[in-house]
Write a protein that binds this ligand. Structure first.
Ligand SMILES: Cc1cc2nc3c(=O)[nH]c(=O)nc-3n(C[C@H](O)[C@H](O)[C@H](O)COP(=O)(O)OP(=O)(O)OC[C@H]3O[C@@H](n4cnc5c(N)ncnc54)[C@H](O)[C@@H]3O)c2cc1C
Ligand SMILES: *[C@@H]1O[C@H](CO)[C@@H](O)[C@H](O)[C@H]1NC(C)=O
Ligand SMILES: *[C@@H]1O[C@H](CO)[C@@H](O)[C@H](O)[C@H]1NC(C)=O
Ligand SMILES: *[C@@H]1O[C@H](CO)[C@@H](O)[C@H](O)[C@H]1NC(C)=O
Ligand SMILES: *[C@@H]1O[C@H](CO)[C@@H](O)[C@H](O)[C@H]1NC(C)=O
Ligand SMILES: *[C@@H]1O[C@H](CO)[C@@H](O)[C@H](O)[C@H]1NC(C)=O
Ligand SMILES: *[C@@H]1O[C@H](CO)[C@@H](O)[C@H](O)[C@H]1NC(C)=O
Ligand SMILES: *[C@@H]1O[C@H](CO)[C@@H](O)[C@H](O)[C@H]1NC(C)=O
Length: 536
């Protein structure tokens, strides 16, 4: 009998619960909450921040920062408590009290973790939720800002634009992504070819360490400051805030979203893009998105096709863009009427897929609960994929029915930064980053397994055409199937698989930093940085 992955996970979960029941029980949570009372502030009483299942809004607080319905089922393990820190002292207290009372913590900022690691665990755990710590202080005079970890990137873009139309930042296209998880994972956006990643523009940070002490860049030292800029916050401490460099943008930028069908030669255009996307001037970013659609509105049942969207941001005006493309990428055939000029902050709304003219106030919205199920994975491409392979990939996507891919061009600033500058190692030599996305709305274990199987089939089919030894993956696109083949391995053994995939040669330095700052591995999750094994 072959057991499915989720069944195995379930059995594993039950086993872990049985084993841990012997040493730690929910009773600890009372002690934990008692302990927290020491960390109350007169102006921010800690009991206003603590939710247990007895509080009527426990469920809605839990759901507010879950973005993937895959982790809202009856099988999803639930926290014993959620601490929605209102003050830095609440963060310090949660770390100290959880550690002293044998509870694991999961740190949550925006809740976008693809595998739900910021709010699930198979051990007794509490969620340390940072959504209330969201202040943003812009200092235009020295072109910097302090951003708390619970602020979203959309809020950051909005607050920058309130102060200046000629500044922006290099981070995610999705406004609700939290800066806590996004920056600490090395997050990127459509200005990465010009300015590098978010982490390439971070100049200071505040973190609560395993002893509950608040450190800044100076007091944490350069090793730890290096590690939290891409190595994943969840392994080293709780990030409270970031100091970023504001980045200059022109007052008018140009965006486009050009669909091309297979009949219009989309395959040839995508093939050509592989040659030029990473070589274009760094003011231009063109994302390619092959997507499955119904062949036509009134076609017979089930007839599907692939449409490829070419989505662009140009840090300049339409005429400049058109003449540049005429020279370097005429195959796209971009028309003037496909281009739209707007301010940079408006372009972030466009990139978030809102219709043109939508108010920038949507950048401040925070979804209340998840609406879709998804599974995403990633790959790096270093050699052009042949045309006939592209055609076979479209066929596979059509067979799967629901898949889409995002191809994100590298080159430009990305290839100038050395692999070891930050933990994020995927720099020179990459043509593009692929994200594979499988989204579905229907409830049920079967449909989930079906989609996970489809994502695996597409991932397997891509093996010959993507990076090897290690097969690289983007840490912010967390994927628990990396390293999952070794189900019975120790955490340290498993880390030898996902570690090099996410961090290449930087993994060893991350392990050394981790061993120094958190030797007992308090800050951990299924894919955290391990400590060096202890030898007697
Ligand atoms: C719809 C969507 C769009 C996305 N678009 C992009 C994109 O354009 N570019 C890109 O690079 N990525 C993108 N991502 C991926 C995103 O960058 C990661 O999921 C990121 O980790 C999310 O951060 P978060 O704070 O929202 O998530 P969370 O789930 O809160 O956290 C993610 C991880 O970081 C840890 N963590 C969170 N906050 C802290 C903290 N304060 N201190 C220490 N550890 C912490 C968590 O424990 C968890 O392990 C997208 C994800 C989604 C779902
Ligand atoms: C915190 O509170 C607990 C229970 O209220 C108490 O026993 C303990 O001494 C206090 N101090 C610290 C530092 O935990
Ligand atoms: C949750 O319930 C406890 C016990 O009634 C209470 O002290 C606490 O303030 C409640 N939490 C919130 C956030 O209201
Ligand atoms: C691109 O195609 C998709 C699917 O047909 C459609 O939803 C979208 O509105 C199109 N966008 C534009 C700008 O034509
Ligand atoms: C696509 O076709 C399916 C039937 O195969 C239908 O249920 C669905 O509504 C169609 N979607 C669109 C956007 O036309
Ligand atoms: C495109 O380039 C050709 C020659 O290479 C030129 O004749 C044409 O005017 C250019 N078009 C635009 C819009 O720049
Ligand atoms: C789910 O799959 C199992 C076995 O593959 C099958 O027996 C069962 O009927 C399916 N359930 C539904 C609701 O489709
Ligand atoms: C896992 O267990 C199987 C069977 O017990 C064994 O063959 C395999 O070598 C183990 N793998 C690892 C990585 O320990």
């Amino acid at each position: 009998m072959k057991l499915s992955r989720s069944t195995l996970l379930l059995i594993f979960g039950v086993l872990v619960l049985l084993v841990t029941c012997a040493t730690s029980s929910p009773r600890n949570v009372d002690d934990f909450i008692q302990c927290l009372s020491n960390y109350s502030q007169p102006s921010n009483p800690i009991f206003d921040a603590i939710y247990t299942p007895e509080n009527s809004s426990f469920q809605s607080v839990l759901l507010s920062y879950i973005r993937n319905k895959r982790f809202t089922t009856q099988f999803t393990p639930k926290p014993l408590a959620i601490v929605t820190a209102l003050h830095e002292s609440h963060v310090q207290g949660t770390v100290i009290c959880a550690k002293n009372h044998g509870l694991e913590i999961r740190i949550r900022s925006g809740g976008h973790d693809f595998e739900g690691l910021s709010y699930t665990s198979y051990l007794y755990f509490v969620i340390l939720d940072l959504f209330n710590l969201r202040s943003i202080n812009i200092n235009l005079a020295d072109e910097t800002a302090w951003v708390q970890a619970g602020a979203t990137v959309g809020e950051l873009y909005y607050r920058i634009a309130e102060k200046s139309k000629e500044h922006g930042f290099s981070a995610a296209a999705c406004p609700s992504v939290g800066t806590g998880g996004h920056f600490s994972g090395g997050g990127y956006g459509n200005m990465m070819r010009k300015y590098g990643l978010s982490v390439d523009n971070i100049i200071d940070a505040q973190i609560v360490n395993v002893n509950g002490i608040i450190l800044d860049r100076k007091s944490m030292g350069e090793d730890l400051f290096w590690a939290i800029r891409g190595g994943g916050g969840g392994s080293f401490g709780v990030i409270l805030s970031w100091k970023i460099k504001l980045l200059r943008v022109p007052p008018i930028v140009t965006v486009f979203h050009a669909n091309r069908t297979l009949e219009q030669g989309a395959t040839d255009i995508a093939y050509q893009w592989q040659h030029v996307g990473h070589k274009l001037p760094e003011d231009l970013f063109i994302r390619v998105m092959p997507q499955v659609f119904n062949a036509s509105q009134d076609s017979q049942e089930g007839k599907k096709t692939v449409v490829i969207a070419f989505i662009g941001l140009f840090l300049g005006q339409t005429q400049g863009l058109l003449s540049l493309l005429n020279e370097s990428f005429p195959q796209l055939g971009l028309q003037q009427n496909e281009c739209n000029e707007m301010s940079w902050v408006e372009s972030t709304v466009f990139w978030a897929d809102y219709p043109i003219g939508t108010s920038i106030n949507v950048l401040l919205e925070r979804p209340k609960q998840p609406v879709v199920y998804y599974k995403s994975r990633s790959d790096y491409v270093k050699e052009v994929i042949p045309k006939e392979v592209l055609e076979s990939i479209w066929k596979l996507m059509i067979k799967g029915g629901l898949g889409w891919m995002q191809w994100n061009p590298y080159g430009g600033r990305m290839q100038e930064i050395s692999e070891s500058e930050t933990p994020f190692p995927h720099r020179a030599g990459n043509l593009f980053l692929i994200q594979y996305g499988f989204l579905w709305m229907e409830d049920g274990v079967n449909i989930t397994e079906h989609n996970i199987d489809l994502s695996q089939a597409l991932y397997d089919a891509m093996t010959p055409y993507v990076s090897k030894s290690p097969r690289e993956a983007f840490f912010c696109y967390r994927d628990l199937d990396i390293g999952a083949a070794t189900d019975n391995a120790t955490a340290f053994q498993k880390a030898q698989e996902y570690g090099p995939s996410y961090f290449k040669g930087n993994f060893e330095r991350l392990v050394r930093v981790k061993t120094t700052v958190d030797p007992n591995n308090f800050f951990r999750n299924e894919q955290s940085i391990p400590t060096l094994p202890k030898y007697k």
